[in-house]
Design a protein around this ligand. Structure first.
Ligand SMILES: [Zn+2]
Length: 271
Protein backbone atom coordinates (compact mmCIF):
# COMPACT_ATOMS: atom_id res chain seq x y z
CA UNK A 1 0.00 0.00 0.00
CA UNK A 2 2.47 2.64 -1.16
CA UNK A 3 0.98 5.90 -2.33
CA UNK A 4 3.08 8.23 -4.48
CA UNK A 5 2.61 12.01 -4.63
CA UNK A 6 4.14 13.92 -7.54
CA UNK A 7 4.55 17.55 -6.54
CA UNK A 8 4.89 20.71 -8.60
CA UNK A 9 4.99 24.29 -7.37
CA UNK A 10 3.02 26.41 -9.86
CA UNK A 11 -0.35 25.08 -8.67
CA UNK A 12 0.29 25.68 -4.97
CA UNK A 13 -1.95 28.33 -3.38
CA UNK A 14 -0.14 31.66 -3.07
CA UNK A 15 2.24 31.01 -5.98
CA UNK A 16 1.40 33.21 -8.99
CA UNK A 17 4.71 34.52 -10.36
CA UNK A 18 7.75 32.91 -12.01
CA UNK A 19 9.88 34.77 -9.45
CA UNK A 20 8.22 32.80 -6.66
CA UNK A 21 9.27 29.53 -8.32
CA UNK A 22 12.90 30.48 -8.94
CA UNK A 23 15.51 29.32 -6.42
CA UNK A 24 17.53 32.48 -6.93
CA UNK A 25 14.67 34.73 -5.90
CA UNK A 26 14.04 36.15 -2.45
CA UNK A 27 10.42 35.06 -2.68
CA UNK A 28 11.31 31.39 -3.25
CA UNK A 29 11.71 30.37 0.41
CA UNK A 30 8.08 31.19 1.11
CA UNK A 31 6.95 29.22 -1.95
CA UNK A 32 8.84 26.07 -1.01
CA UNK A 33 7.37 26.32 2.48
CA UNK A 34 3.85 26.56 1.04
CA UNK A 35 4.63 23.61 -1.26
CA UNK A 36 5.99 21.51 1.61
CA UNK A 37 2.96 22.23 3.79
CA UNK A 38 0.53 21.19 1.05
CA UNK A 39 2.48 17.94 0.73
CA UNK A 40 2.31 17.34 4.48
CA UNK A 41 -1.46 17.81 4.38
CA UNK A 42 -1.77 15.19 1.64
CA UNK A 43 0.59 12.81 3.45
CA UNK A 44 -1.37 13.14 6.69
CA UNK A 45 -4.62 12.48 4.82
CA UNK A 46 -3.16 9.41 3.12
CA UNK A 47 -1.95 7.88 6.40
CA UNK A 48 -5.23 8.74 8.14
CA UNK A 49 -7.04 7.01 5.30
CA UNK A 50 -5.02 3.81 5.76
CA UNK A 51 -1.93 4.14 3.54
CA UNK A 52 0.89 1.87 4.69
CA UNK A 53 3.63 4.04 3.20
CA UNK A 54 3.85 7.27 1.26
CA UNK A 55 6.50 8.33 -1.23
CA UNK A 56 6.84 11.92 -2.42
CA UNK A 57 8.56 12.95 -5.63
CA UNK A 58 9.65 16.56 -6.06
CA UNK A 59 8.73 17.52 -9.63
CA UNK A 60 9.59 21.20 -10.10
CA UNK A 61 12.65 22.60 -11.88
CA UNK A 62 15.76 20.97 -10.48
CA UNK A 63 13.49 18.77 -8.37
CA UNK A 64 14.93 19.72 -5.00
CA UNK A 65 12.46 22.23 -3.68
CA UNK A 66 10.75 20.53 -0.76
CA UNK A 67 12.18 21.29 2.67
CA UNK A 68 13.12 17.79 3.72
CA UNK A 69 13.46 18.65 7.42
CA UNK A 70 9.94 20.06 7.45
CA UNK A 71 8.35 17.07 5.73
CA UNK A 72 6.29 14.51 7.59
CA UNK A 73 8.80 12.04 9.05
CA UNK A 74 6.92 9.05 7.70
CA UNK A 75 7.64 9.76 4.00
CA UNK A 76 10.43 8.82 1.64
CA UNK A 77 11.26 11.56 -0.82
CA UNK A 78 12.72 11.52 -4.32
CA UNK A 79 14.83 14.62 -4.87
CA UNK A 80 17.22 15.82 -7.57
CA UNK A 81 17.58 16.04 -11.34
CA UNK A 82 18.03 14.55 -13.90
CA UNK A 83 16.34 11.22 -13.41
CA UNK A 84 14.69 8.74 -15.76
CA UNK A 85 11.10 9.08 -14.59
CA UNK A 86 11.30 12.84 -14.07
CA UNK A 87 8.16 14.07 -12.24
CA UNK A 88 7.12 10.44 -11.66
CA UNK A 89 10.32 9.12 -10.09
CA UNK A 90 9.50 6.26 -7.75
CA UNK A 91 6.61 4.94 -9.84
CA UNK A 92 6.59 1.14 -10.05
CA UNK A 93 4.18 -1.74 -10.42
CA UNK A 94 4.11 -1.84 -6.60
CA UNK A 95 2.70 1.71 -6.35
CA UNK A 96 -0.88 1.56 -5.05
CA UNK A 97 -1.97 4.89 -6.58
CA UNK A 98 -0.57 8.27 -7.64
CA UNK A 99 -1.72 11.71 -6.50
CA UNK A 100 -0.68 15.14 -7.76
CA UNK A 101 -0.12 18.27 -5.68
CA UNK A 102 0.52 21.82 -6.88
CA UNK A 103 -0.25 20.97 -10.51
CA UNK A 104 -0.92 23.60 -13.18
CA UNK A 105 -2.64 23.72 -16.56
CA UNK A 106 -1.06 22.74 -19.90
CA UNK A 107 0.80 25.26 -22.05
CA UNK A 108 -2.33 26.17 -24.03
CA UNK A 109 -4.61 26.61 -21.02
CA UNK A 110 -5.56 29.85 -19.29
CA UNK A 111 -4.04 28.64 -16.02
CA UNK A 112 -1.68 30.52 -13.75
CA UNK A 113 1.92 29.81 -14.79
CA UNK A 114 0.60 27.27 -17.30
CA UNK A 115 3.20 25.29 -19.25
CA UNK A 116 4.03 21.75 -20.28
CA UNK A 117 7.32 20.45 -18.90
CA UNK A 118 9.40 23.38 -20.15
CA UNK A 119 7.90 26.82 -20.70
CA UNK A 120 10.94 27.91 -22.73
CA UNK A 121 10.96 24.92 -25.07
CA UNK A 122 7.53 23.32 -25.36
CA UNK A 123 4.66 25.07 -27.12
CA UNK A 124 2.20 22.16 -26.88
CA UNK A 125 1.98 18.39 -26.80
CA UNK A 126 -0.63 15.99 -28.11
CA UNK A 127 -0.83 12.32 -27.20
CA UNK A 128 -2.78 10.79 -30.05
CA UNK A 129 -4.93 13.75 -31.07
CA UNK A 130 -5.56 15.03 -27.54
CA UNK A 131 -3.82 17.97 -25.88
CA UNK A 132 -1.70 16.70 -23.01
CA UNK A 133 -0.40 18.68 -20.06
CA UNK A 134 1.73 17.30 -17.26
CA UNK A 135 -1.27 15.60 -15.64
CA UNK A 136 -1.99 13.62 -18.81
CA UNK A 137 1.64 12.85 -19.71
CA UNK A 138 2.35 11.61 -16.19
CA UNK A 139 -0.94 9.75 -15.78
CA UNK A 140 -0.40 7.88 -19.05
CA UNK A 141 3.00 6.82 -17.68
CA UNK A 142 1.33 5.54 -14.51
CA UNK A 143 -1.13 3.73 -16.78
CA UNK A 144 1.76 1.80 -18.35
CA UNK A 145 2.39 0.37 -14.87
CA UNK A 146 -1.35 -0.17 -14.33
CA UNK A 147 -1.18 2.29 -11.45
CA UNK A 148 -4.37 4.31 -10.87
CA UNK A 149 -4.46 8.07 -10.37
CA UNK A 150 -6.46 9.07 -7.31
CA UNK A 151 -6.08 12.78 -6.53
CA UNK A 152 -5.10 16.20 -7.89
CA UNK A 153 -4.74 19.64 -6.37
CA UNK A 154 -3.94 22.75 -8.37
CA UNK A 155 -5.61 25.70 -10.04
CA UNK A 156 -8.99 25.34 -11.73
CA UNK A 157 -7.40 24.74 -15.14
CA UNK A 158 -5.28 21.85 -13.85
CA UNK A 159 -8.39 20.31 -12.32
CA UNK A 160 -10.49 20.93 -15.45
CA UNK A 161 -7.91 19.13 -17.61
CA UNK A 162 -7.69 16.25 -15.13
CA UNK A 163 -11.47 15.86 -15.22
CA UNK A 164 -11.37 15.46 -19.01
CA UNK A 165 -9.59 12.14 -18.42
CA UNK A 166 -11.14 11.18 -15.09
CA UNK A 167 -14.40 13.09 -14.50
CA UNK A 168 -14.82 11.86 -10.90
CA UNK A 169 -11.24 12.50 -9.79
CA UNK A 170 -11.03 13.54 -6.11
CA UNK A 171 -9.60 17.05 -6.25
CA UNK A 172 -8.93 20.35 -4.49
CA UNK A 173 -8.85 23.70 -6.30
CA UNK A 174 -6.09 25.68 -4.61
CA UNK A 175 -6.73 28.89 -6.56
CA UNK A 176 -8.60 30.31 -9.54
CA UNK A 177 -6.37 31.71 -12.27
CA UNK A 178 -7.35 35.28 -13.16
CA UNK A 179 -4.40 35.60 -15.56
CA UNK A 180 -1.11 33.99 -16.41
CA UNK A 181 0.57 35.71 -13.47
CA UNK A 182 -2.40 36.19 -11.14
CA UNK A 183 -4.98 34.17 -9.26
CA UNK A 184 -7.72 34.37 -6.66
CA UNK A 185 -6.06 32.21 -4.03
CA UNK A 186 -7.79 30.19 -1.35
CA UNK A 187 -6.12 30.68 2.02
CA UNK A 188 -3.27 28.14 2.28
CA UNK A 189 -4.57 26.77 5.56
CA UNK A 190 -8.02 26.18 4.08
CA UNK A 191 -6.43 24.48 1.06
CA UNK A 192 -4.38 22.21 3.32
CA UNK A 193 -7.41 21.25 5.40
CA UNK A 194 -9.30 20.38 2.25
CA UNK A 195 -6.39 18.43 0.75
CA UNK A 196 -6.06 16.39 3.93
CA UNK A 197 -9.79 15.59 4.04
CA UNK A 198 -10.16 14.78 0.32
CA UNK A 199 -7.04 12.58 0.23
CA UNK A 200 -8.13 10.76 3.37
CA UNK A 201 -11.54 10.00 1.92
CA UNK A 202 -10.10 8.96 -1.44
CA UNK A 203 -7.70 6.50 0.22
CA UNK A 204 -10.39 5.16 2.56
CA UNK A 205 -12.71 4.57 -0.37
CA UNK A 206 -10.01 3.15 -2.64
CA UNK A 207 -10.66 5.79 -5.32
CA UNK A 208 -8.57 5.83 -8.47
CA UNK A 209 -8.58 5.18 -12.18
CA UNK A 210 -5.97 3.74 -14.54
CA UNK A 211 -5.68 6.32 -17.32
CA UNK A 212 -4.42 5.26 -20.73
CA UNK A 213 -4.18 7.17 -24.01
CA UNK A 214 -6.34 6.03 -26.91
CA UNK A 215 -3.29 6.33 -29.13
CA UNK A 216 0.23 6.57 -27.67
CA UNK A 217 1.93 8.57 -30.44
CA UNK A 218 3.37 11.88 -29.15
CA UNK A 219 3.06 14.89 -31.44
CA UNK A 220 4.81 17.97 -30.10
CA UNK A 221 5.40 21.58 -31.07
CA UNK A 222 8.37 23.55 -29.77
CA UNK A 223 8.58 27.30 -29.41
CA UNK A 224 10.98 27.86 -32.32
CA UNK A 225 12.42 25.86 -35.20
CA UNK A 226 16.02 26.07 -33.96
CA UNK A 227 15.09 23.90 -31.04
CA UNK A 228 14.29 21.03 -33.44
CA UNK A 229 17.46 21.06 -35.49
CA UNK A 230 19.11 18.34 -33.37
CA UNK A 231 16.12 16.19 -32.64
CA UNK A 232 16.51 13.84 -35.58
CA UNK A 233 19.72 12.60 -33.96
CA UNK A 234 17.23 10.34 -32.23
CA UNK A 235 16.05 7.63 -34.65
CA UNK A 236 12.50 7.55 -33.33
CA UNK A 237 11.86 11.24 -34.00
CA UNK A 238 10.32 12.45 -37.24
CA UNK A 239 10.22 16.17 -37.90
CA UNK A 240 6.88 16.96 -39.50
CA UNK A 241 7.22 20.73 -39.80
CA UNK A 242 9.48 23.64 -38.84
CA UNK A 243 8.35 23.50 -35.22
CA UNK A 244 6.68 20.13 -34.90
CA UNK A 245 7.69 16.49 -34.62
CA UNK A 246 6.25 13.06 -33.97
CA UNK A 247 7.51 10.24 -31.76
CA UNK A 248 6.11 6.81 -32.52
CA UNK A 249 8.02 3.87 -31.04
CA UNK A 250 4.93 1.76 -30.46
CA UNK A 251 5.18 2.14 -26.67
CA UNK A 252 4.02 5.09 -24.57
CA UNK A 253 6.73 4.89 -21.91
CA UNK A 254 9.44 4.96 -24.59
CA UNK A 255 7.68 7.80 -26.40
CA UNK A 256 7.52 9.74 -23.13
CA UNK A 257 11.23 9.20 -22.47
CA UNK A 258 12.17 10.21 -26.03
CA UNK A 259 10.00 13.33 -25.69
CA UNK A 260 11.92 14.29 -22.55
CA UNK A 261 15.22 13.63 -24.31
CA UNK A 262 13.98 16.00 -27.06
CA UNK A 263 13.27 18.77 -24.54
CA UNK A 264 16.76 18.31 -23.08
CA UNK A 265 18.39 18.37 -26.55
CA UNK A 266 16.40 21.52 -27.34
CA UNK A 267 17.76 23.31 -24.28
CA UNK A 268 21.34 22.81 -25.56
CA UNK A 269 20.69 25.04 -28.61
CA UNK A 270 22.54 28.32 -28.39
CA UNK A 271 23.42 30.91 -30.99
ZN1 LIG B 1 5.18 21.84 -14.10
Amino acid sequence: MTYLFSVDIEGVSGVVSIKQTDMESKEYETSRELMTKEVNAAVAGAFDGGAGSVHVTDGHGNMRNLSIEELDERVEIFLGYPRLQSMMEGLSKETTAVGYIGYHGSAHSLGTLAHTYSGRVVDKVHVGDKMAGEFALNSYLAGEYEVPVFFISGDQEAVREAKELYPEIPHVISKYATGRYSARCMHPKAVRDEIKAVVRKAVEEGKGKVIRPEDDVIHAWFTDSGKLDNLELLPSVERTGPKEFVIDTGNYETNYKVFRACTMLATTVSQ
